[in-house]
Design a protein around this ligand. Structure first.
Ligand SMILES: NC(=O)c1ccc[n+]([C@@H]2O[C@H](COP(=O)([O-])OP(=O)(O)OC[C@H]3O[C@@H](n4cnc5c(N)ncnc54)[C@H](OP(=O)(O)O)[C@@H]3O)[C@@H](O)[C@H]2O)c1
Length: 321
């Protein structure tokens, strides 16, 4: 008997969250869509019922309520503590609490067993991190990982509603697309400004969050880019082991791994859009170094990269209470 709510229900992740909750018949007995005061008066449809969008107020929150957070990190830092104080449980998609040592950061296929049902907040990782963690999960069986290199080709919906609107307007010519930070017919090679060490925020998240989820500490060489794709992140991954590995053995492990679909044909973001699968594609050994494995990983950033992963976390949590 779960009372639930989505905070940021009018955004890309929030809207997807509502679809996923419906698709998976989430066992809720009540539902509240929350957003900013700009959205008050809008209506959100959940299980054939229209719900008015509400502004989050302490009196609406009650003990045991599950709140799916789909707001920016700055906004989450305001509302999450208030909801925890009201003894609600928050599953937050923002980066606000992910690296807090007291907060679990969960990809169910990898470390879902850590959920006890006693948590008041569980963090959902960054979209590019989730699909990488799902793919890396079975590879520890092949040997000790020495390092990983990952280059991403990230869809515009990963940056939220305003970015997707900007792409649409640049595509239809109602907004100029002639600057270095225009996304139409362009590639943006720094997702967020570089820090003093030269890494952008997306790269730092990918490196730190992956190690926290996998529970190992190895160097990750991340290079993240935004490409003019609507939905679906694509990642080129190189994994260096401390021993020779066989690509056909890796393929077998991927095929047996929950959430993974193996492909050999050159998958594209269109193959994952609106699906729940993580595709691992073109798994190959490096001909000059048998301890190196290369492959591509693709997933829908709004579903497995955000909403689906969060709902799967909630399902595990409910099983434990
Ligand atoms: N997009 C992805 O693929 C993805 C993947 C993983 C994680 N995430 C993370 O998920 C979060 C949401 O991303 P998004 O892409 O869905 O962004 P978005 O499309 O821009 O949506 C943002 C949502 O936050 C709401 N909001 C803004 N101010 C608020 C306030 N004061 N109180 C309550 N709600 C407020 C907005 O409501 P209004 O409509 O009223 O402004 C909107 O519903 C971000 O932290 C993002 O980093 C995104």
């Amino acid at each position: 008997m779960i009372n639930c709510g989505v905070v940021g229900a009018t955004g890309l992740v929030g809207e997807t969250m509502i679809k996923v909750l419906q698709d998976r018949s989430f066992p809720s007995v009540s539902f509240h869509p929350f957003a900013s005061d700009r959205s008050e008066g809008k209506v959100v449809r959940y299980r054939n019922i229209d719900y008015p969008v509400e502004v989050l107020r302490p009196e609406t929150i009650n003990k045991g309520m599950i709140l799916f957070g789909a707001t920016s990190a700055n906004i989450a830092k305001n509302w999450v503590p208030m909801c925890i104080a009201k003894e609600a449980v928050v599953i937050d998609n923002s980066s606000a609490f992910r690296m807090d040592p007291d907060v679990l950061l969960v990809v169910p296929e990898v470390n879902g067993h850590l959920i006890t049902g006693k948590e008041n907040i569980i963090a959902n990782p960054n979209c590019s991190t989730i699909q990488l963690a799902v793919a890396l999960n079975p590879l520890a069986q092949l040997g000790r990982i020495e390092w990983i290199s990952v280059s991403t080709y990230q869809a515009v919906s990963g940056a939220g509603t305003p970015a997707l609107e900007e792409l649409k307007r640049q595509q239809n010519g109602t907004l100029p697309a002639n600057t270095a930070d225009s996304i139409h017919e362009n590639i943006i090679t720094s997702i967020g400004p570089p820090d003093t060490g030269g890494y952008c925020g997306e790269e730092v998240k990918l490196m730190n969050e992956t190690c926290k989820i996998i529970g190992m500490d190895f160097p990750i060489f991340a290079a993240t880019a935004r490409v003019p794709v609507r939905t679906g992140h694509t990642e080129a991954v190189v994994v260096k082991f401390d021993n020779p590995v066989q690509s056909n053995e890796a393929t077998r492990l991927f095929a047996e791994s929950p959430g993974v679909t193996v492909s050999e044909s050159g998958a594209s973001p269109l193959d994952v859009e609106d699906t729940d699968i993580v595709i691992v594609d073109r798994i190959r050994n490096n001909p000059r170094d048998p301890s190196v494995l290369q492959f591509w990983v693709l997933a829908d950033n709004l579903r497995k990269g955000a909403a689906l992963n969060a709902v799967q976390i909630a399902e595990l949590y409910i099983n434990m209470i």
